[in-house]
Design a protein around this ligand. Structure first.
Ligand code: NAP
Length: 281
């Protein structure tokens, strides 16, 4: 069994990004990420802080727009438009979830597609779906980077994606299909789930249920990628896969923490760099 070390891969990708950012800045270019945070949800504040810190480490500029929780749709939209028009802002994310009174879809769709470094506008999703170059949601992109880094062969393999969210499951299934995997997507209504997941050469799990995937759901020698970030019965961070039970059966497995997690913010930086190139080419 081999452990896929997300911290190692993230550090290597970030070092390369830093070099490219340095070169852009030396040439007089501006590269910057703006994060819009509406309200003061504690978990969101931590995520935002990590994103801004990562920008700083790689030399990118970062801009935090923190709006009050009771901001109207018009107020948030106004900020998005302002950032769309600011040439120093090359990438933008609207931190989710938003307060309940705001419509996520309507606001996300105001983001200029070539600044959409979270890959959440319908234009970028459509580009991915139709096989065109696109800005891809950071977590699934990070999963693909891990598989690539470890030289895991994908073509012709049977991949099962457990979870079908717009943020993770759906784009990940598309990315695996683009790499010529035969992909099955499972969700809460899937029948005989363990039978389906046990057929996977590559099993990617993103459901948000602590230690849900046990050894009876995994094929001997499978590659298991655990996207989940959950809390176990003792409040300790864990994934959707029962690592202790499953690890011995796998050829490769990602731990939680230290697997997919470090890749998400890293891919946000990679996307901001890509967005800069899209805007300046
Ligand atoms: P989500 O939007 O809640 O979607 C969960 C998906 O799992 C849904 O498609 C749901 O099916 C499916 N599901 C739920 N219970 C199931 C069950 N018992 N059997 C089969 N399928 C089931 O979640 P998400 O945003 O994709 O996130 C998933 C997990 O990844 C969470 O733990 C989240 O914290 C983590 N995450 C981590 C990162 C990172 O950076 N590491 C980034 C994003 C998310 P239905 O569609 O039928 O409801």
């Amino acid at each position: 069994m081999n452990i896929i070390d997300g911290k190692l891969v993230a550090a290597s990708v970030r070092a390369q990004i830093k070099q490219e950012v340095d070169a852009i800045k030396q040439a007089g270019g501006h590269i910057g990420l703006a994060v819009i945070l509406v309200g003061d949800d504690p978990a969101s504040k931590v995520y935002v802080r990590n994103k801004l810190k990562a920008c700083e480490e790689t030399g990118m500029d970062s801009y935090l727009v923190n709006l009050p929780a009771d901001s109207s749709h018009e107020r948030v939209a106004e900020e998005i438009v302002r950032l769309n028009e600011d040439p120093k802002v090359t990438g933008m994310i609207l931190q989710l979830p938003l307060p309940k009174h705001l419509c996520e879809e309507k606001l996300v769709d105001i983001i200029q597609p070539d600044k959409d470094v979270d890959g959440c506008t319908y234009q970028q999703k459509g580009r991915l779906w139709t096989g065109r170059d696109s800005l891809i949601a950071c977590t699934p992109l990070g999963v693909m980077k891990l598989l690539e880094y470890y030289g895991i062969e994908l073509a012709g393999k049977r991949a099962v994606v457990l979870g079908r969210s717009n943020l993770v499951g759906k784009p990940l299934a598309q990315l695996l299909m683009n790499e010529n995997c035969t992909v099955t997507v499972c969700h809460s209504r899937t029948k005989e789930l363990a039978k389906v997941t046990s057929e996977a050469d590559i099993l990617c799990v993103a459901i948000g249920k602590a230690k849900f995937v046990g050894k009876d759901m995994v094929k001997q020698g499978a590659v298991v990628v655990d996207v989940g970030m959950d809390r176990d019965e003792n409040g300790k961070l864990c994934g959707d896969v029962d690592f202790a039970e499953v690890a011995d059966k796998c050829s490769y497995i990602t731990p939680v923490p230290g697997g997919v997690g470090p890749m998400t913010v890293t891919m946000l930086l990679a996307n901001t760099l890509k967005a800069y190139r899209l805007q300046t080419k």
